[in-house]
Ligand binder design. Structure first.
Ligand SMILES: Nc1ncnc2c1ncn2[C@@H]1O[C@H](COP(=O)(O)OP(=O)(O)OP(=O)(O)O)[C@@H](O)[C@H]1O
Ligand SMILES: [Mg+2]
Length: 299
């Protein structure tokens, strides 16, 4: 864990403060958190006759790494889409930092400080790595329309964005690739690019949809390091993952979704001994090759 993050009590492990404040929080679905950054109520979404998401109440504690887990088709990505403005709810309300987000599109939500990455990376393959970063910079849309009058301001903003992009690329060890086409990156490097790109707007919360999927073990370690570093810098991280070792290793709190509903939440130790969780996983993954989706509890 890095020791240079600001804002943490001296001597205390970063991230510890937020986690300590959760000490008395009961491990039951929908439980209130001491300082939620994100709160959702009655969020539902159906596709035809299928209810993909049906979340009565969910709070995400500020400054923690919270894992969102559940079998394939549980509704994890759909919930991400709904909360970040990439899909429309059928019902429900939710707020971020106390501000209602209903009906706001993805770009507005990002500007308010809540960003997400996609399960299938959305890097623009025929654009350079650096341009992919710059495209995610604050205030990109419509800037070109301002024309010559705004040019001096635009130039300055562009320089600031460029500096930030280069800093982030360096942090994610992609700086040597800045002029390469994003399409030439490996799957793992694209995941890194996607994470770096999400940080262009200086968010307070990042939502990562399977950031480790399809990434080689060496890069997984590096991604894990980046995720804990974000938390240690005070960011809130909500991430979707299937690998139980990864989940148990870095999560401060775990939310379990099955058939669209929150069936359990708690600390890793609470989740590990929750038979309902074990059943949900075994039910969905019976017959799959061992290790395909976190069935470690099956023995
Ligand atoms: N656009 C859509 N149209 C129709 N059905 C959809 C759509 N998006 C998701 N679904 C369905 O909603 C359910 C939840 O899907 P979702 O992708 O949210 O699950 P998930 O938990 O992210 O699964 P995975 O772990 O496989 O990524 C699934 O049954 C899926 O087939
Ligand atoms: Mg998904």
């Amino acid at each position: 864990m890095s020791s240079d993050a600001s804002g943490a009590a001296p001597g205390a492990p970063e991230g510890g403060a937020a986690v300590d404040r959760m000490a008395g929080v009961e491990a039951v679905p929908g439980v209130a958190k001491p300082d939620p950054i994100l709160t959702a109520d009655g969020v539902r979404r159906s596709f035809g006759g299928l209810t993909a998401v049906d979340v009565d109440h969910l709070e995400v504690q500020r400054g923690t790494i919270t894992a969102l887990i559940g079998p394939n088709g549980a509704g994890k990505s759909t919930l991400f889409n709904l909360l970040t403005g990439f899909d429309r709810v059928d019902a429900g309300t939710w707020s971020f930092q106390g501000r209602p987000l209903n009906r706001l599109g993805g770009h507005r939500v990002a500007r308010l400080g809540m960003v997400r990455t996609f399960q299938l990376t959305k890097a623009l393959t025929r654009m350079t790595v650096l341009d992919n970063m710059l495209l995610a910079a604050p205030g990109q849309s419509g800037e070109r329309l301002l024309g010559a009058f705004a040019r001096p301001v635009w130039g300055r903003q562009e320089r600031v964005n460029r500096e930030r992009a280069l800093d982030l690329l360096q942090r994610f060890k992609l700086d040597a690739k800045k002029d390469d086409m994003a399409g030439s990156l490996s799957g793992g490097q694209r995941k890194l690019l996607e994470m770096a790109r999400s940080l262009m707007v200086d968010p307070s919360m990042v939502m990562l949809d399977e950031p480790m999927a399809g990434v080689n073990p060496a890069l997984v370690q590096s991604l894990l390091g980046h995720i804990t570093a974000l938390r240690d810098e005070g960011m809130t991280v909500l991430f979707v993952e299937h690998d139980m070792d990864v989940i148990m290793g870095i999560s401060d709190w775990i939310v379990v979704l099955a058939e669209g509903r929150v069936i359990a939440e708690g600390r890793p130790a609470d989740i590990r001994r929750n038979t309902q969780v074990i059943d949900a996983y075994l039910g969905a993954h019976r017959g799959e090759p061992a290790g395909a989706a976190g069935t470690e509890e099956s023995g």
